[in-house]
Design a protein around this ligand. Structure first.
Ligand code: CTP
Length: 422
């Protein structure tokens, strides 16, 4: 009897959704499979919220039916014949028509046409990501493993399916390293040779920078990106950023250790994207036109770029924040224009105890202090100009930060006195 890889997974892993897709496929009499990373993770017994489905039929009309059943919204991408459903609870469901892919030239986007399930699995990056599980009733849970994915999972190997894999898609260099380090696997020896050859190939330059960036961001979002960065650095695999790119690993280790402590200790940093902290550390040694080139070629948001540039002005900030006697409100004045990510990064890397203490007082307490009064209170007391109101409120806030405790009445009294003084 064949093994059912989906048995015993009740209560987790979106099994109800997967079963609902299977039932819909049976109703329409089309073959449907779970594919890619989720199959790998089911076998490894790891959580994965992204469900990838391949059908041997028109995925788009199938996805619309599934969306109705699951009460989800379907977004359709005509170019590749795929649809994405944002699931009401969490996670995503991607549905695609089984397809064949070929790359017109190294590093380009693939051309696609409908294909068999085998074509669809063969177009994938590594054997461990090229397995499928059937969702139809008569074969529910059966594994389709044409390229030795299960054997490689057991041997802990990252292996490409064919020799052109990295040439076709050089972003797979980053993926190989990420999976190797995430799972504690090894890149298999022939695959490693192909990876190194691909790095010397012109195809590296054909890849549009946003595609590298998407993969690099995934790497920096791993729970511990350090081993990935170290391995990529050893392989000289950071050339997609800058031809002279080398990492300062001991410095990255320090940032990593301190960042993990900081995000636990201070809720102020909870909104900081971890990948950005590591990205700042990676680009820290760059300056001027080299840094500008990196910031301009990757799709960074304006606020993300600003955080990175704020970090570059650390010398001046360090000098200002090292002054021996600074009131807490002065410290706030220096720090308030900076993003929490820039402050977190600065705190994670600073060698100065005095700066550490000041940044911790800010993140732990002073940045969170708010006034109980507002502009309406001041208007009721006779204030009229918007600018005057703003200035009075920020003066009262400074007083509250320095005194650490002020009641609403004390805030109103302070505002009244300031208004009288003009
Ligand atoms: N894939 C590929 N080549 C790429 C990107 C993706 O062959 N450059 C295939 C792989 O089969 C992969 C699947 O598309 O399993 C889904 O890609 P993605 O969601 O990026 O990867 P996951 O394997 O799900 O990895 P993760 O656990 O990091 O989400």
């Amino acid at each position: 009897m064949r093994k059912n890889y989906l048995a015993g997974r009740e209560g987790g892993d979106n099994l109800d959704i997967i079963k609902a897709v299977g039932r819909e496929a049976d109703r329409r009499q089309i073959p449907a499979y779970l594919v890619g990373g989720i199959v790998r993770d089911i076998i490894l017994q790891r959580k994965n919220g992204d469900i990838d489905i391949v059908v041997k039929a028109d995925a788009l009309s199938f996805a619309r039916e599934v969306a109705k059943t699951l009460k989800a919204e379907a977004k359709v991408y005509g170019q590749f014949g795929t649809a994405t459903l944002e699931l009401p609870g969490a996670g995503r469901l991607d549905i695609a028509t089984a397809r064949k892919e070929w790359y017109p030239h190294s590093g380009s986007l693939p051309k696609v046409c409908p294909g068999t399930l085998q074509d669809d699995l063969y177009r994938r990056d590594f054997t461990i990501n090229a397995m499928a599980v059937s969702l139809n009733k008569d074969s529910f849970g059966e594994l389709i493993d044409e390229f030795g994915g299960m054997a490689d999972l057991k041997k802990k190997k990252v292996r490409v399916l064919h020799d052109r894999s990295f040439l076709d898609d050089p972003t797979r260099i980053l993926r190989a390293v990420r999976f190797e380090q995430r799972f504690g696997f090894r890149i298999e020896s022939r695959t490693l040779r192909l990876l190194k050859e691909a790095m010397d190939d012109d195809g590296m330059r054909n890849v549009k920078p946003p595609r590298y960036f998407a993969e690099f961001k995934k790497m920096l979002s791993e729970s511990d990106p350090l081993p990935c960065l170290k391995r990529l650095n050893d392989l000289e695999g950071l050339r997609f950023m800058d031809s002279r790119m080398r990492l300062d690993i001991p410095f990255l280790k320090k940032i990593h250790g301190n960042w993990n402590l900081l995000k636990e200790k201070f809720p102020f940093y909870s909104q900081c994207p971890a990948w950005l902290i590591y990205f700042m550390a990676v680009v820290e040694p760059m300056e001027g036109p080299r840094l500008d080139a990196v910031l301009n070629k990757f799709p960074l948001r304006k606020d993300e770029k600003q955080s990175i540039l704020q970090v570059q002005k650390k010398g001046d900030l360090t000098r200002r924040l090292s002054a021996p006697r600074l009131t807490r409100s002065r410290v706030c004045g220096i720090l308030r224009p900076l993003s929490p990510a820039a402050i977190a990064y600065w705190r994670a890397g600073t060698p100065s105890r005095r700066i550490e203490k000041r940044l911790d007082a800010y993140a732990g307490r002073d940045a969170l202090i708010r006034l109980e009064i507002n502009g309406d209170d001041l208007k009721r007391m006779g204030a009229s100009s918007g600018r005057g109101i703003g200035m009075t409120l920020s003066r009262v806030l400074e007083m509250k930060i320095d005194r650490q405790r002020m009641s609403r009445k004390e805030e109103l009294d302070a505002a009244r006195t300031l208004m009288r003084q003009g």
